[in-house]
Design a protein around this ligand. Structure first.
Ligand code: FAD
Length: 432
């Protein structure tokens, strides 16, 4: 008797909660992965995340082969493919790990409905976060909107159990021993084979974590772990990382709690992917100027820290967190453009794009989200540069023409822009 384990954002075998539960069920387990045609349809042909997934799936397939098993790989719509597989192979149970994004929840509900009709069970496990959904809520049962009390509760609730690895190896003999299935090539999937970006390593950099609070804010330094892409696709286990961080550095550990926090907010408030968490800010009448928007996208605003960040993003698919805060603030508060447009640009470009953290980060910068920067706190991009890239090292790396006549003049004047934003925000809050 056969079960399926459906890999999604958990592209690893070890310490995989859902896979462990599937193997422990006593059924023989066949692992599958589906290149979801509906998701792929919206991506550019050059999308480097597809390349990352493709490489990762190839490695995963080899790992299963070494265990005498295989990974079945499909391309299409999971809500059709899974019920078809279930009928064809008389599958009793489909296992997976939970995904809290609205589209994923909708997809999983359709799969659940289809499987229920044909008498197959469908179950999800918590694997992407340490605490999910309503596991950390206020004493009245409502979700936290402020990070610090959330973090406090989160830490109180943490014990060894939550960081323990799932010993998949113990039941690995329950993998379905069988035949190899070909991995479609990237061009068969409709994507380019050309790699333009270098993917960060999945190894946990102990030395960076150790001195994290001294290095994390300086974009010229290799001072953050660059593990975000691996957390996004589950190529490392959050439990393993959190366990190491807990031993090593509290500041770093707290960043991982921000990640849980935003996943929880997305779960409770899926509307925030389209609208501001604080409803009064929904009345802001943002401006839009194609030229200004394009200058921001291209890193040609005349503010060197903003420009360096945008060029780093365009060239590598990554941007340092300090600089993400600065460019997002500049977009909303200097250009007075709708945070959603900036959020979408990041979503297209970031290798580590994670809907919950991206929306959270953008609404924080716009001052309209949960526990956001207050609207009147407007980053001065020049002061930020003086504090965090005082020697212009990061700037010179990404904006080589900085300091020459080729470098553009500021597209917007800081003081004027600041006043405009304060006025507009005040107007909206007064109308409240
Ligand atoms: P490190 O500093 O080494 O941090 C370790 C891990 O902690 C990160 O990998 C990440 O998983 C988590 N983390 C750190 N800071 C945050 C945070 N503020 N919120 C949530 N999780 C955090 N992060 C994403 O993973 N995906 C996004 O799409 C994303 N969009 C952002 C948009 C804006 C406007 C801002 C201000 C921040 C955004 N972040 C996002 C958060 C943060 O910038 C990145 O997680 C971080 O830069 C990734 O680099 P790192 O792995 O070296 O981080």
């Amino acid at each position: 008797q056969l079960a399926l384990f459906w890999h999604r954002r958990d592209l690893r075998i070890s310490d995989n909660a859902g896979l462990y539960k599937a193997l422990k069920s006593g059924l023989k387990v066949q692992a599958i992965f589906i290149f979801d045609s509906q998701i792929l349809a919206h991506l550019s042909k050059n999308d480097q995340r597809v390349l990352f997934i493709h490489q990762t799936i190839q490695n995963l397939q080899q790992a299963y082969q070494k265990l005498g098993a295989s990974l079945w790989i499909f391309h299409g719509n999971p809500t059709e493919i899974i019920p078809q597989l279930v009928q064809k192979h008389e599958i009793k149970h489909v296992f997976c790990n939970r995904d809290y994004e609205p589209n994923a929840l909708k997809r999983d509900k359709s799969v659940y409905d289809a499987l229920t009709k044909i008498g197959c069970q469908f179950s999800g496990s918590k694997d992407h976060v340490i605490f999910e959904k309503e596991e950390i809520v206020k004493s009245d049962g409502n979700p936290y909107h402020v990070f610090t009390p959330y973090m406090k509760r989160w830490k109180e609730q943490l014990n060894d159990f939550y960081l323990q690895p799932y010993p998949v190896e113990k039941y690995i003999h329950n993998l379905n021993p069988n035949n190899h299935v070909e991995l479609p090539t990237l061009s068969e999937l409709g994507f380019s084979e050309i790699q333009t970006q270098h993917f960060p390593s999945a190894e946990i950099p102990q030395t960076i974590i150790q001195s994290y609070e001294n290095t994390r804010d300086f974009p010229a330094i290799n001072g953050t772990t660059r593990l975000s892409i691996h957390l996004r696709f589950g190529t490392i286990s959050i439990r393993e990382l959190a366990k190491q961080a807990l031993k090593t550095n509290e500041k770093y550990f707290n960043e991982l709690i921000w990640r849980d926090f935003y996943q929880m907010i997305l779960f409770f408030y899926p509307r925030t992917i389209e609208e501001t968490f604080r409803k009064e800010y929904g009345r802001i009448e943002w401006e839009f100027d194609e030229k200004l928007f394009q200058a921001w996208c291209d890193g040609k605003t005349g503010y060197p820290l903003v420009d360096a960040g945008m060029r780093e993003l365009n060239e590598t698919g990554h941007m340092h967190n300090r600089v993400r805060m600065v460019v997002a603030s500049f977009f909303c508060k200097h250009l007075f453009h709708d945070w959603k447009l900036g959020e979408r640009y990041f979503a297209e470009k970031l290798l580590d794009f994670e809907l919950a953290s991206n929306v959270g980060g953008w609404q924080w910068a716009a001052g309209c989200g949960v526990d956001a920067a207050p609207y009147f706190r407007i980053f001065n991009p020049t002061t930020q540069q003086e504090r965090f890239d005082p020697q212009f090292e990061y700037i010179k790396k990404w904006v080589p023409e900085f300091g020459t006549s080729d470098y553009p003049q500021p597209i917007v004047e800081h003081k004027w822009a600041r006043e405009r934003t304060l006025e507009n925000y005040k107007k909206v809050l007064k109308a409240e």
